[in-house]
Design a protein around this ligand. Sequence first.
Ligand SMILES: CC(C)(COP(=O)(O)OP(=O)(O)OC[C@H]1O[C@@H](n2cnc3c(N)ncnc32)[C@H](O)[C@@H]1OP(=O)(O)O)[C@@H](O)C(=O)NCCC(=O)NCCS
Length: 171
Amino acid sequence: MPADLTHLESPRFALSRQGPADEAELLALYADARVMRYIEPGRPPEKVKAALRRADDQWNAHGYGYWVARARGGGPILSAVMLMRDEARQDVELGYLVAPSHWGQGVATEVCQPVVEAAFGAAGVPFLVARVEVVHGASLRVLGKLGFRRTHQTTEGAVLEWFRLDAPAAR
Ligand SMILES: CC(C)(COP(=O)(O)OP(=O)(O)OC[C@H]1O[C@@H](n2cnc3c(N)ncnc32)[C@H](O)[C@@H]1OP(=O)(O)O)[C@@H](O)C(=O)NCCC(=O)NCCS
């Protein structure tokens, strides 16, 4: 189990382990068609809740999972960042979303940075993967700014571009 990663910080934001008190706000974000356009349009709330429960189990077992980000002074959830273990693929996938009111202000790039550092640092994750629809320019750009490199494409309904970022020691 890594050191306590339940609270992380970036220059403008405070990140904390997602918990039951965050569920209503997260459900509202996951119900927003703009947020879900390239993730899964129309994802039912039950599926969102199940993912949040799985993330909580993963926190308990491995010490990392989903974080929610708020402005440092408090306020609503502005972003969520996820480190999702995939036992079948044997990897850890980075995911992120930002409230549409705050798009285009560098939020995603900023909140992912401490999570990526925690993954490679205290959590000891050797590499991260990410996947993005090839037409999702903003998300492709976020991964580029974080240093991820393209690995391959798959077609799962949409065409997905897969990315990888190795821990600094392996670069
Ligand atoms: C994708 C998302 C996370 C980006 O969040 P954000 O806080 O606006 O991202 P940032 O501001 O850190 O960076 C966005 C970058 O993409 C660029 N960009 C925006 N729209 C773009 C587009 N259509 N094509 C190419 N680049 C684009 C921005 O200019 C910026 O790059 P820059 O800093 O070089 O100017 C946000 O739009 C979101 O939450 N979308 C819904 C959820 C989602 O799709 N998550 C990712 C699933 S793969």
